[in-house]
Design a protein. Structure first.
Length: 420
């Protein structure tokens, strides 16, 4: 990153994280026109430049309704101090750093300065790279309000939102505590993987002594799109994903399903949202030995076009009754869940092998909604009980965060309304 705003895609964004990332990321990095979401979340503008900068300030945080970037570095943090003032000071420094990095600038005085005897303000691995549509989105977990021992470390217990629940246990879950929960989270999305990694690394460095990374996840090949005019991405099972996702340009749907309204409260969260993060392991080797017909029966769509059963085109209205009762699309459809809709921003992941020669790969599911109690929870209960896809997947990590509204200007900071 430099001291000037930049607007062209970097070479690394085109190369990606290895062969799989290149194949899945080519469309996103190839200069196709996309919608670049502003900070207010209600308007977008078309750009053909994946190196552009996304506005940081606005009524809503960027990285929610923003056109989905191709790369992800997600980190959940534990707060390691009981000092409220120290936490507030860190959040202010994080906000300053985030505002600079999302515009393509280095943190503070940069990676190179005249003070050679002191550590630089920026780690430097993004020097010369573009902003790459970097967005940084923060969320607050239940542990920030009250830890597992019931201690109210920061005087926030009375400000915990009713919808920031402890997610119930779902049938089939095999959750790893080391990959679940967290007091804070930061979602870094960009079209260049090194830009996203650089952002999380710098925030972790700034927060040393106040927070520590609990777990993190790299993601590639976006598996959901907030820009329906663009080609729908495919997941690791080869099927198009996110056909009926909420568009980032649909202000009415965002207001109804994503943003926390004034009546839902609390006041500090109005204009924000709730984020569910689930690490979903796919049994790739078993899936790859399954017949095409069975794969299509399981999803309720054909693999080539992505059309619902009995239809010709991907975006044709599905006939749910034409699908098997346990088809994934049928069970996840809003008509099967009282109209519930989620804004999904999931990513594929591959994290080596499991020691038995099987890929540790799957979907890092990210979904925003105005209330998980009538959004994710009922939908996941239905899927966990009946979905034919369950034979091939398993939820192994889980977290829920309250995502505050956007930072309004340079005098505002992440969490100001919560801590005021």
């Amino acid at each position: 990153m430099t001291d000037d705003a930049v607007t062209s895609p970097s070479r690394r964004a085109l190369i990606g994280w290895g062969g799989a990332g290149l194949a899945l990321g080519a469309a996103a990095a190839g200069g196709t026109a996309v919608a670049l979401g502003g900070g207010d979340g209600d308007t977008t503008r078309a750009v053909a430049d994946s190196g552009a900068a996304v506005p940081f300030y606005g009524a809503h945080q960027a990285g929610i309704a923003t056109a989905v970037q191709d790369r992800l570095h997600f980190a959940a943090f534990d707060v390691t101090t009981d000092d409220r003032d120290a936490l507030i000071a860190m959040l202010k420094e994080w906000t300053k750093a985030a505002a600079r990095m999302t515009q393509g600038h280095s943190v503070g005085g940069g990676a190179v300065s005249d003070l050679a005897e002191a550590p630089p303000d920026d780690t430097g691995e993004a020097l010369g790279l573009k902003a790459s549509r970097l967005t940084l989105t923060i969320g607050f977990g239940p542990g920030l309000f009250e830890d597992k021992k019931g201690k109210d470390r920061f005087g926030l217990a009375g400000r915990r939102p009713e919808a920031l629940i402890d997610l119930p246990a779902f049938p089939g879950d095999n959750l790893d505590a080391a990959r679940s929960d967290g007091d804070l989270c930061v979602q870094a999305c960009a079209d260049d993987p090194q830009v996203a990694v650089h952002a999380i690394r710098n925030l972790a460095r700034i927060g040393m002594g106040t927070v520590a990374i609990r777990w993190s996840q790299l993601g590639f090949g976006k598996t959901s799109s907030t820009t329906p005019e663009a080609q729908t991405p495919r997941n690791m099972m080869g099927f198009k994903d996110g056909t009926r996702n909420i568009p980032g340009t649909d202000a009415a749907a965002l207001k109804k399903h994503v943003w926390v309204g004034e009546k839902a409260g609390p006041d500090w969260l109005v204009g924000g949202s709730y984020l569910v993060a689930r690490r979903i392991r796919m049994h790739i080797e078993t899936w790859d030995r399954t017949s095409l017909k069975e794969q299509e029966d399981i999803f309720g769509r054909d693999k080539g076009e992505g059309a619902p059963y009995g239809k010709q085109r991907e975006r044709d209205e599905p006939n749910l009754k034409a699908m098997l009762p346990d088809a994934h699309v049928r069970l996840a459809h809003p008509d099967s869940n009282g109209g519930a809709r989620l804004l999904r921003r999931g990513y594929s992941f591959t994290d080596g092998t499991d020691g038995l020669g099987r890929l540790d790969a799957g979907l890092f599911f990210l979904a925003y909604q105005h209330d998980v109690r009538d959004g994710f929870v009922p939908v996941q209960r239905s899927l966990a009980r009946q979905d034919a896809l369950n034979e091939y997947i398993q939820h192994v990590g889980s977290a829920l965060f309250a995502v505050p509204p956007g930072v309004r200007d340079k005098d505002d900071w992440w969490g100001r309304a919560l801590f005021s």
